[in-house]
Design a protein around this ligand. Structure first.
Ligand SMILES: NC(=O)c1ccc[n+]([C@@H]2O[C@H](COP(=O)([O-])OP(=O)(O)OC[C@H]3O[C@@H](n4cnc5c(N)ncnc54)[C@H](OP(=O)(O)O)[C@@H]3O)[C@@H](O)[C@H]2O)c1
Length: 299
């Protein structure tokens, strides 16, 4: 349902006024100040040995396990975390044939701060500094609503998508136990009105990622945000979204993530087509962005 908000006049004025700032920013960025920030200069691990992946039992997380098993010879240990040990076992069986890889399975809910800390410290103590942590586990609000009432669905989505990410990325920071942190957000963060609850959680972890990227540069820790559009996973099919665009395969997605992390890109955005679409939406005033989004997403 469309709604036009009260402050439309002020928002339109603000919208027109923002353009001179873009021109100033463009001139500074490309002509006056070509120096890179310290956080853009960090060398990301080129030959990672130890990975931690939350949400590794299916979808993008499972795709990451597959990609690093098959295409990253330096990778020796992958710590796989999700709630279901049965699903993790199935993924492990698929890659048993890939030599030299140790797949460690942990059944844990990412919202359990104590257990997540215990696992991460244990891994660090036993195997040494972790090369990359993927804070990937997440849920869609639509899926949560299918099985919960509104209150529980909102609480679960916030807990898993925000607190779960904090529980994954924070425990090893203080002891410099990790070299690179990859936080999975979503392109929904740029068009919150299309999915207000889910989009808000993803905008929150996007901001967290950018903040950590700057703060942890002094410790030589690279932080990257991953912002996927529609990817063919159980989450997308379970969310019952009739997306107008074809979704990308996890195979393609994980290759893009792998390369983006090696280059230490601040934000890895894919597919490009939907990325451009949500960026355009985020520049438009809400009264235009909303109908455009609803038209294309066929809601
Ligand atoms: N697919 C897309 O189109 C898309 C687009 C943008 C962003 N993303 C983001 O990408 C990430 C992965 O999504 P996906 O599409 O691969 O989803 P998915 O297929 O539903 O997989 C989600 C994974 O997270 C795990 N998980 C969920 N809740 C958990 C919890 N409380 N504790 C531990 N593990 C939990 C699940 O395992 P268990 O059920 O065994 O716990 C599963 O392994 C999510 O953060 C999602 O928001 C996806």
């Amino acid at each position: 349902m469309l709604h036009f908000d009260d402050n439309l006049r002020l928002k339109l004025i603000a919208w027109f006024l923002q353009y001179p700032f873009y021109i100033v920013w463009f001139i500074i960025k490309f002509f006056l100040n070509k120096e890179k920030h310290p956080w853009d200069n960090i060398e990301a691990p080129q030959h990672p040995r130890i990975l931690v992946i939350t949400g590794a039992s299916q979808g993008i997380g499972e795709g990451l396990v597959e990609y690093y098993c098959k295409h990253c010879p330096s990778c020796e240990i992958i710590v796989m975390i999700s709630r279901s040990i049965e699903k993790l076992e199935k993924v492990k069986q698929r890659f048993n044939s890939v030599d030299q890889k140790k797949l460690l399975l942990y059944a844990c809910d990412v919202t359990d701060a104590n257990e997540m800390t215990r696992i991460l410290l244990d891994v660090h103590q036993t195997y040494g500094q972790v090369d990359i942590i993927f804070a990937n586990a997440g849920v869609s609000f639509r899926q949560q609503l299918l099985v919960n009432n509104y209150e529980k669905a909102v609480r679960e989505t916030f807990n898993i998508n925000i607190t779960g990410v904090l529980n994954t990325v924070l425990p090893l920071i203080e002891i410099k136990g990790v070299k690179q942190i990859a936080i999975v957000s979503s392109q929904a963060a740029y068009a919150i009105f299309t999915s207000p609850i889910y989009g808000t959680t993803k905008q929150c972890v996007l901001s967290l990622g950018f903040d950590l990227r700057r703060r942890l540069a002094k410790d030589n820790i690279a932080v990257n945000v991953i912002s996927p559009g529609p990817i063919a996973t159980p989450m997308l099919s379970g969310s019952n979204i009739e997306t107008a665009v074809k979704s990308m395969s996890t195979k393609e997605a994980t290759k893009i993530i792998f390369n983006g992390l090696r280059r230490n890109e601040a934000e890895i955005v894919f597919p490009a087509f939907t990325g451009i679409f949500v960026y355009i939406l985020s520049f438009l005033p809400i009264c235009i962005a909303e109908p455009v989004a609803y038209y294309f997403l066929r809601k």
